[in-house]
Design a protein around this ligand. Structure first.
Ligand SMILES: Nc1ncnc2c1ncn2[C@@H]1O[C@H](COP(=O)(O)OP(=O)(O)O)[C@@H](O)[C@H]1O
Ligand SMILES: N[C@@H](CCOP(=O)(O)O)C(=O)O
Length: 303
């Protein structure tokens, strides 16, 4: 008997982009893939092998489709899931958001339900409270968003095609949960104004292609000053990016990845940032990525 298979591909995302804490998010051309069919019991295979993700207790994708099945009043019997994990976990590249988005798109496809923004956020926020990874992972592109008690407002805007992201991924994990715990509950008014000014001008710098502004507008006082203590040699890695031609540089999401935006010298920038991590015995790799403008894609087929 043939079986329905759902295959979802979801882009990595880099959130915050400096001052846009919990609001800016950018989808990148690095993808996780989730291929799933119904099964009695839960079976997870990951490529490359990731024992943590293969444990159903840790697997956000399984948690989401189970939730959606039970929300439909049905019993969740299980799933056979093959995951291609190209996005390293707990590195500030939105791997958690890819699993949540993939689970939602799969659940709504299987239950043949139209997926509205409202339905999406009602489920997504049960698993991740901030829209700055979820939205670009779903919709692609560069997104700025705000969340009120009962609605999420957002805008997807064009991102200059000539700008690429050099992401430098160290070999240690930093969970978003841990990186949020080091944040203060209150900040000085001057720091709030510091970020407000930079976030607004960041948008205009992109629209007007005034890339000379990116270094100053990508500064942040709301999260990086606290999180940098969790990333060895953070300031030197950022400095290396600028010394080798980066337009802007920041922590990617909650880290541990550090990101540089550039229009040239991508390898020189990446290598210099890797070298700065090596100075403190941290191994890292760099990738040169473009902006993904498509977002998550869903394919349904019989096998
Ligand atoms: N590909 C994946 N499939 C299933 N669950 C995942 C996947 N990637 C991440 N997760 C879940 O998300 C958690 C990591 O999320 P988080 O700490 O937000 O880091 P980031 O989103 O930066 O990767 C993991 O501990 C795991 O529970
Ligand atoms: N705004 C969030 C973004 C977390 O992104 P992730 O990719 O690290 O999960 C934060 O900075 O906490």
């Amino acid at each position: 008997m043939s079986k329905k298979v759902v295959k979802v591909r979801v882009p990595a995302t880099t959130a915050n982009l400096g001052p846009g804490f919990d609001t800016f998010g950018l989808a990148l051309t690095l993808y996780n893939e989730f291929e799933v069919e119904e099964e009695d019991g839960v079976y997870i295979e990951s490529y490359p092998k990731n024992e943590f993700i293969e444990n159903p207790e840790n697997n956000l994708f399984i948690k989401v489709i189970k939730y959606l099945c039970e929300a439909e009043g049905k019993t969740f019997h299980g799933a056979r899931l093959k995951q291609t994990v190209n996005i390293p976990v707990a590195r500030g590249l939105g791997s958690s958001a890819t699993a949540i988005v993939a689970g939602i798109l799969t659940g709504f496809a299987v239950h043949k339900k139209p997926l509205t923004d409202e339905e999406f956020f009602k489920v997504a926020y049960l698993f991740e409270p901030h829209p700055d990874n979820l939205l670009p992972a779903w919709k692609g592109g560069f997104i700025t968003a705000l969340k009120t008690e009962d609605k999420t407002y957002y805008s997807k805007m064009d991102f200059p095609k000539e700008i690429k992201a050099v992401v430098v991924i160290p070999d240690f994990e930093l969970s978003t949960e841990k990186a949020r715990l080091v944040l203060p509950s209150q900040v000085p008014l001057k720091d709030a104004i510091f970020n407000l000014q930079r976030s607004a001008l960041f948008i205009r710098a992109l629209e007007e292609r005034r890339y000379d502004l990116l270094k100053v507008v990508m500064e942040d006082r709301l999260h990086q000053p606290y999180r940098k203590n969790l990333i060895p040699n953070f300031d030197k890695v950022i400095q290396s990016a600028y010394e080798n031609g980066a337009l802007g540089a920041c922590l990617s999401g909650a880290g541990s990845t550090i990101l540089a935006l550039a229009t040239e010298n991508f390898d020189k920038i990446g290598l210099s940032m890797v070298e700065a991590f090596k100075e403190v015995s941290i191994n890292a790799e760099y990738k040169v990525l473009e902006v993904d403008t498509q977002g998550a894609t869903v394919e349904i087929f019989e096998k």
